[in-house]
Design a protein around this ligand. Structure first.
Ligand code: DC
Length: 219
């Protein structure tokens, strides 16, 4: 049997991957994987359990035993709704710090692939097109200027009731870009066959329409 088709959407933090991927999944009627949420969940679990960011085996163990449920746009960890908690800045920073460990990435691989189901999957992250779903029918590498990404993240955080400053966010994004691109295990790079999309001057709906059009052409 042929595996369900995948659209892979990779790019840096706050490039709009999440909103674009959700929109594309809704338009196509496909499933959606927010792989960053898995790294954030491990980050949250590690902070709570006191497992250090420098303990690859401990982190891989946490990832293997993670009791996760995605339901209706929310995410539950051992039954508790942690949809808001995993978006906190310190959880994102922990996720970025631990994401460089190969054993942790390996522990999350099958979990991500298991979500590939008919009629199709839109997967967003850093290594969807390069490592997790190399046979995706369409690979998008989504970028935007770092200043625009910081502003978007600022608005998101304030709307959710978190406090933030633009200067701190800009610093944090640059730091995260550096860590995500310089790490040895599955660094953030565009797949050779990815389509590069810059959303700096495009609205969300323009980007969604563009990606949906490209995906339909390949089905
Ligand atoms: O997309 P995000 O900001 O929610 O991701 C949180 C962190 O998880 C990010 O800094 C890097 C890591 N990540 C990863 O290494 N690989 C993925 N496929 C998704 C996220």
């Amino acid at each position: 049997m042929k595996a369900a088709p995948v659209v892979a959407i990779d790019g840096p933090t706050a490039s709009g991957k999440g909103a674009v991927s959700e929109g594309v999944a809704a338009a196509l009627g496909w499933h959606y994987l927010d792989s960053g949420a898995l790294y954030r969940l491990v980050g949250l679990a590690a902070l709570r359990a006191g497992v250090g960011h420098d303990d690859p085996q401990g982190l891989a163990g946490l990832a293997q035993g993670l009791d996760v449920r995605f339901d209706g746009g929310g995410v539950r960890l051992a039954g508790e709704d942690v949809s808001a908690a995993i978006r906190a800045t310190e959880v994102g920073a922990m996720a970025s710090r631990i994401a460089g460990h190969a054993p942790l990435r390996a522990a999350l691989l099958d979990r991500q692939r298991a979500l590939r189901r008919p009629p199709g999957l839109v997967a967003d992250g850093r290594d969807m097109g390069t490592v997790v779903f190399p046979d995706a029918i369409l690979k998008i590498f989504l970028t935007a200027a770092v200043e625009v990404r910081a502003e978007r993240r600022y608005k998101q955080l304030i709307e959710k009731g978190f406090s933030a400053t633009l200067t701190d966010l800009l610093h944090d994004l640059r730091e995260r870009d550096r860590r995500d691109t310089e790490r040895a295990a599955a660094p953030l790079v565009a797949a050779k066959d990815a389509v590069l999309v810059d959303s700096t001057e495009r609205s969300l709906s323009e980007v969604i329409d563009l990606v949906v059009g490209l995906a339909r052409d390949r089905l």
